[in-house]
Design a binder for this molecule. Sequence first.
Ligand code: CAO
Length: 433
Amino acid sequence: MADVIEIKVPDVGGVASIDVVEVLIKPGDTVALEQTIATLETDKASMELPASAGGTVQQVHIKPGDKVAEGSLVATVLVNGAEAVPAKPEEPAQKPATPAPAIQEQSAPVKIPEPTKTPTTPPATAPVIDHSVSVTAHASPSVRLFARELGVDITKMMAGSGRKSRILKDDVKSFVKQVMSEGITQSSAGIPAIPAVDFSQFGEIETQKLSKIKRLTGQNLSRVWLNLPMVTYHEEADITEMEAFRVALNAEKAKDEVKITGLMFIIKALVAAMKQFPNFNASLSADGENLILKKYCNIGIAVDTPNGLVVPVLRNVDSKSVNQLATELAEKSDKARLGKLMPADMQGGCMTISSLGGIGGTAFTPIVNAPEVAILGVTRAKMQPVWNGKEFIPRLMLPLDLTYDHRVIDGAEGARFMAFIKQNLSDIRRLLL
Ligand code: CAO
């Protein structure tokens, strides 16, 4: 004979308020005895609520977000009496015949990090790979099943984008994508990924695909950032006379001739310094055991293009004039901006210059273009009052930033290298020596 059975929340250890996280049935569904019909959650545990009877769901009385307690009505099921879980003989008749929920998480006070607690930090929407925590993450049975089907060990995912860092299906997908595309695994990178954020929850957004250059540059920069112990040293050079000379030279040029920018003198000064300090014209061998010193002098120049940063290389710079360098850089940067550089144009650099001087700035910390061991950053020169021992006089000061691989370059060596460049830019006659 068919009977209507009420499925209620069982005793879960005296917890007064239990969150309904997921409801897995709807009216008309057929459920089997012990089938999970909802996921409940307390502060300490996530629980799968099994059906205490098999049959056809008549009504569902809870929804995600509800708060329930022991005895709350979950669903009514039209059931064949034989399918209901028999009440234990010693239990009082009024006690609902509901089996205890399957507790997924440890109910011991193990704290799963909750990034949403910091008001300024938006909730994570991508999984965080944590390599030390072995606590099972919060996830519903359907998500666990989905993860199992994809071969994902859900214990590697510390937090998801759901409420209270619950792992959702999309988190599992992101996790798989992340591992596949970036090759980030527990053993190789060992660094937790930055959680993705669903920004659309805060306002309107538009998603644009990154250019290939940006993606490749990004990968390379991340690799360098993770591999090199880098130090950036800042210096200022007085280029008042150099600038006057440059302006005079340009005034002599015909209209269609390539103008000389300060960068050409900076290249010259850099090359002179690399000859004086050969460790800067070197690379560490892949095993880190040897320093490979280069007898040639090629300088990479970071060029800003609509598709991202590229670094064409000027070859044998030590044997070229300032005018030749200006012409060559103009050609290469035009080619770069038209996307016409060939891979060979960007290979073989010994050191790189990243000049933001045409734009502005007072200082920055460029990232070494490894396997080179140092990079020179340049920002905008400006007139400053400089004390000459008697009075302040206006001088054009050029800010320079040297980032170096500290495994190869010592701090004192870096400082001497920059002092040399400063001296040569302040008096460019020295470049003839
Ligand atoms: N201080 C003051 N003025 C400067 C200057 C400096 N340090 N550097 C350049 N300028 C001036 C130039 O004299 C020029 O002025 P005029 O138009 O009056 O002649 C103007 O700024 C523009 O110069 P430029 O940038 O076109 O030329 P450049 O030779 O200095 O630089 C290049 C060439 C290719 C390096 C540059 O165009 C470029 O792409 N820079 C961006 C590099 C970059 O993005 N680096 C970031 C890497 S880290 O992400």
